[in-house]
Every structure is written in structure tokens, then in C-alpha cells.
Design a binder for this molecule. Structure first.
Ligand code: AMP
Ligand code: GLY
Length: 419
């Protein structure tokens, strides 16, 4: 089988790595990919949102299955386009992807179908939004109703901060012209629940936890994620069941009922609050960096899972490795702000071994030399019988990576280890 994977970050490297383990897959293409992915797949120099270019490529090269990583391609309607031309593709239609691309759509579905989440109201008028926020206790949670590259959510501690965010979102149209969802503030540890979904059929993956803040101790700005681990010991099997049945399965059924059946990965960003598990957000795709610690644990053939979902004949079971995985992100200094690219990277061959995999997030080859090419650069994933063992292996390997412009968090797994 020939498979095309769309995307170029660590998530796509992990997807390509899993496909590479499948005996059914003999050729993998990745658009646009990166220097790490290039060792397992042939790179195609097309942007993830160039949906017509990707369609032409898939037809010209007789691709059997296309797998979509990033949300931008989903919003651009790549799944609708490929299906319209009779091509097999793994991912949701643009209409179903609205569960991620529109916060208000997601909220409406949850409220209508009794899926536990924070209370909310939505506004398109700045003055009304300010008045509502001022009448409520702080902190205020403000969410721009559209894709905003991870910058559309503001948890404001003061009215001044809330006002500035509402100005950005509603008066200055910083992310485009749209609405804002104002949500009740919830507290508790967060975790990610990704499931393969095909209509009402839900195949759960093991839980993972992301680390969104840039620095140790959950300090500093929000990032795309600085590390992750799987499984998540602070969620009991009973709590996981609750989340599976009352959140993930109920949402899949709700999407069918609303006439927008979901196919692909439904990602629940969940929080364990005092009043039980609630939804913080949904994504319509694999999470990054969670995928890099979840897919290495998959023992079943991922090609069968992808193809089954894409054809509406989903698998009902998958085998997972009991062992734990923990990954540390190496990011360019300055990330998530502006940062330099083009710094030499060395030592990866000495860092990788049977229990350590390095996924490339933003790398490139320049004059035969591996260099940094983005904010997040590498994710070093260790595996072991326990999370502690996985962490020790990851940290040891991080120490072997040679580059003068990277930083990382040293407290990944803090919720488990307490530091
Ligand atoms: P989101 O992009 O919706 O996941 O939001 C980004 C981050 O903002 C989440 O990971 C939470 O840490 C925080 N957040 C979002 N919604 C809430 C909420 N209702 N209460 C508290 N924190 C929230
Ligand atoms: N790790 C969070 C996300 O993929 O959106």
C-alpha cells in the first residue's frame, strides 16, 4: 500500500513511524515532512493547505490512503475534496472538524447532548462581553470562536487583562472577525483522551498528559506543548470509563445525530474537576505532542485502523504496550516567541536506542548538516516499565543531544513525580 501523510511536525513523524512498522505499507510519502521524517518517507514539497496540489499528487501517484495531521488542512476541506474524488482519506470533513474550529459549535453540541463542560455565553459585541465578564468572578476564560494558532484562549486574572483580550478579539479583529465564548473557570489537572472515531464507533487510545507552559513549574507563556507522557496514573479506570462513555462516545453519537458524523481522531482535552471530569476543548485530530507518546505504545497495525475508519468499517479493538512513554520537547531559545533557526544539531545517533526514539518537530538539512528549523525542534521519547524509568531514559538521552540553541523543561511528569 502507498500512504500519503500530510503535515510536518513531531505528530506526523510519530504517525509515519507507526505506519513504517506496518507490513502492509510499502511506500510512505509525507507533505511537507521534515528531516527526521525523510529517513522513513519520501518528502513531497507541498504545503498542508495546498489541497488541490495534494489531490493532484495523490491521483498521479495512485495513493491508497491519505492521513491528515494538522487542523488547517481539515478546515480547508481536504477530506471533502478527496472523498468527492473517490479517494480514501483519514480525517473529518470540514463540517465535522468544526468541533475544533468553532468553540461555539462545540459548546452547543455539548450543552444540547448533556456532555459535561464549563457553563458559557457567547458574544459578538464588545460592550456586552465586557459587562458580562465584569458581573462574574475572576479569573475569566475567553475563547475566540475560530482557529487562532493556539493563541485564541485567554485566562484573565484581572478585568484589565480580560478587557485587553476582548478588545483584541472583538474590536481589533486580531484573529479575524468573529465571536467570543466566555466560559466559567474550572480547576483541576488536565489530560488528553484521543479516540479513533467512525460514526458512532469509538476506539480509545491510552490517556496522555501534555505540558503547555514553557518553563518548569508550569511557569511562562502557553506553548504548543513542551512534553507529554502516557499512561496517566491520576485517572482511575472508573474515571476513564466515565470519560469514554459520557464524553467521547456521547459526542460521537451527537455528531451523527446532528448530521455531521465524525471520522478520524477525536481529541478530548479534559479536566478532572471537583465535580467530575469535564471537557475543556475538543480537537479534530491527533494532539501534538501527545501522539509522540501514545502511538509508540500501539502494537496493532495502524494501517488497519486508519483504513477501517476511512472506509466506515472501524476496528473494535487495538493492542497497546503496557510500558510507559515520556517525552521531552527540545525547543529553540525564545520559543514560543521569535527564535533563530539554522543551528547545527548533533549527537542524535548516540541518544537513540531501543528504548529511546527522537521525533523531529522542526528540523531541516542544510549543506548535509541537520539544523533547527522551527520553535519546537525535537521530542525525545523514552520508554520503560514505569513512567520513572521512561523519564530517566528520556532525560539521559536529552543530555546527549548537541545543539547550542535549545532549551527544555526538566519537570515533565510533574503531576506524577511531584517535581
Ligand atoms: P484550550 O485551547 O481551549 O484547550 O485552552 C487552553 C488552556 O486554557 C487549557 O489547556 C486550560 O489550561 C485553559 N482553559 C481553557 N478553558 C478553561 C476553563 N474553562 N477553566 C480553566 N482553564 C481553562
Ligand atoms: N497538545 C495540544 C494539541 O495538540 O492541541
Amino acid at each position: 500500500m502507498k500512504v500519503l501523510v500530510i503535515g510536518g511536525g513531531g505528530r506526523c513523524h510519530a504517525i509515519v513511524d507507526a505506519l513504517h512498522r506496518s507490513p502492509k505499507v510499502d511506500k510512505i510519502y509525507c507533505a511537507p515532512g521534515n528531516a527526521g521524517i525523510a529517513r522513513l518517507a519520501e518528502l513531497v514539497p507541498l504545503k498542508d493547505t495546498d489541497v488541490n496540489g495534494l489531490l493532484d499528487f495523490a491521483r498521479a501517484n495512485a495513493i491508497d490512503l491519505t492521513v491528515v495531521g494538522p487542523e488547517a488542512a481539515l478546515q480547508a476541506g481536504i477530506v471533502d475534496l478527496f472523498r468527492g474524488h473517490g479517494l480514501r482519506i483519514f480525517g473529518p470533513t470540514a463540517a465535522a472538524a468544526r468541533i475544533e474550529t468553532s468553540k461555539e459549535f462545540a459548546k452547543e453540541i455539548m450543552v444540547k447532548h448533556g456532555i459535561p463542560t464549563a457553563g458559557y455565553r457567547s458574544f459578538d459585541n464588545y460592550e456586552e462581553a465586557v459587562r458580562y465578564v465584569a458581573s462574574r468572578p475572576m479569573p475569566a476564560v475567553l475563547k475566540y470562536d475560530g482557529l487562532a494558532a493556539g493563541k485564541g484562549v485567554v485566562v484573565a486574572a484581572t478585568m484589565e487583562e480580560a478587557d485587553a483580550a476582548l478588545r483584541d478579539m472583538l474590536l481589533d479583529d486580531k484573529f479575524g472577525h468573529g465571536r467570543v465564548v466566555v466560559e466559567d473557570y474550572l480547576e483541576g489537572p488536565e489530560f488528553s483522551f484521543m479516540c479513533f472515531v467512525s460514526g458512532i464507533n469509538v476506539l480509545p487510545m491510552p490517556l496522555a498528559q501534555d505540558h503547555k507552559r514553557a518553563f518548569d513549574g508550569d511557569k511562562g507563556p502557553n506553548t504548543g506543548g513542551m512534553g507529554a507522557y502516557s499512561p496517566v496514573p491520576f485517572i482511575s479506570e472508573e474515571e476513564r470509563r466515565f470519560a469514554l462513555e459520557n464524553i467521547m462516545e456521547r459526542t460521537a453519537a451527537a455528531m451523527v445525530e446532528e448530521g455531521v458524523p465524525f471520522t478520524g481522531v477525536l481529541y478530548g482535552g479534559l479536566m478532572k474537576t471537583r465535580d467530575g471530569i469535564k471537557v475543556i476543548e475538543f480537537n479534530a485530530r491527533f494532539g501534538d505532542p501527545e501522539t509522540e507518546v501514545v502511538l509508540p505504545r500501539l502494537k496493532s497495525d495502524i494501517y488497519d485502523i486508519f483504513a477501517g475508519v476511512a472506509e466506515g468499517k472501524p476496528m473494535t479493538e487495538a493492542q497497546w504496550d503496557e510500558r510507559s512513554a515520556l517525552g521531552v520537547v527540545l525547543a529553540s531559545k525564545g520559543y514560543p516567541g521569535s527564535c533563530e533557526k539554522g543551528h547545527r544539531i548533533g549527537g542524535l545517533d548516540k541518544a537513540e536506542n531501543a528504548d529511546v526514539t527522537i521525533y523531529h518537530m522542526g528540523t531541516a538539512m542544510k549543506d548535509g548538516q541537520l539544523v533547527t528549523a522551527g520553535g519546537r525542534v525535537l521530542m525525545v521519547v523514552g520508554r520503560g516499565d514505569t513512567l520513572a524509568e521512561a523519564r530517566d531514559r528520556a532525560i539521559e538521552a536529552v543530555g546527549r543531544v548537541e545543539c547550542d540553541n535549545l532549551f527544555h523543561r526538566s519537570d515533565i511528569g510533574k503531576a506524577v513525580f511531584g517535581r
